[in-house]
Design a protein around this ligand. Structure first.
Ligand SMILES: [Zn+2]
Length: 164
């Protein structure tokens, strides 16, 4: 198996092995439906797997999306010698071939999916929100706090004596 540019070369899995090798050409860009489906699959994996999250478990969620959304064309033939439509790949091709295709798609498009996902996680993180409504410049401890560890625990420790 070799991925050169957007073309993956694989061992021929077709019935009767009519080819020396087959090629899979990936789309030049990831469509919006595929990209969003990829993000949704990763979010579902994180939520479902929790502590059991690992790359092979993640693949169970994301690889089907890759197979469905990233292939432009391929040279596979069915048992009757007819081209296998891209949308029929999952029903026709052996698992090993599909895995290689999805793995190559991950190399090509994985970062495109994880980058906006990471941005979404950063924005929705509780640590990104202000822990208190008190403006920092009203607090005498602000300048001292900025030299030490600027954590929210510091902020509450400094604030509580004022209200007591
Ligand atoms: Zn073939």
């Amino acid at each position: 198996m070799a991925l050169v540019g957007r073309v993956l070369t694989v061992e021929c899995p077709c019935s009767g092995t009519p080819h020396k090798e087959d090629t899979v050409t990936f789309k030049s860009v990831l469509g919006i439906a595929g990209g969003v489906a990829g993000i949704a699959a990763m979010v579902a994996a994180v939520q479902d797997l929790g502590d059991k999250f690992n790359n092979i478990s993640l693949a169970g969620y994301v690889f089907p999306v890759y197979l469905a959304h990233t292939v432009e064309s391929w040279t596979f033939l069915d048992a009757e010698g007819k081209p296998v439509p891209v949308e029929d790949g999952d029903a026709v091709l052996p698992f090993g071939t599909k895995y290689q295709i999805a793995d190559a798609a991950d190399d090509l498009f994985g970062e495109e999916i994880t980058r906006p996902l990471a941005e979404m996680i950063r924005k929705s993180s509780p640590s990104g929100q202000m822990p208190k409504s008190i403006s920092p410049n009203r607090r005498s401890g602000a300048s001292r706090r900025s030299r030490s560890a600027p954590s929210s625990q510091d902020a509450s420790a400094d604030t509580e004596p004022l209200t007591a």
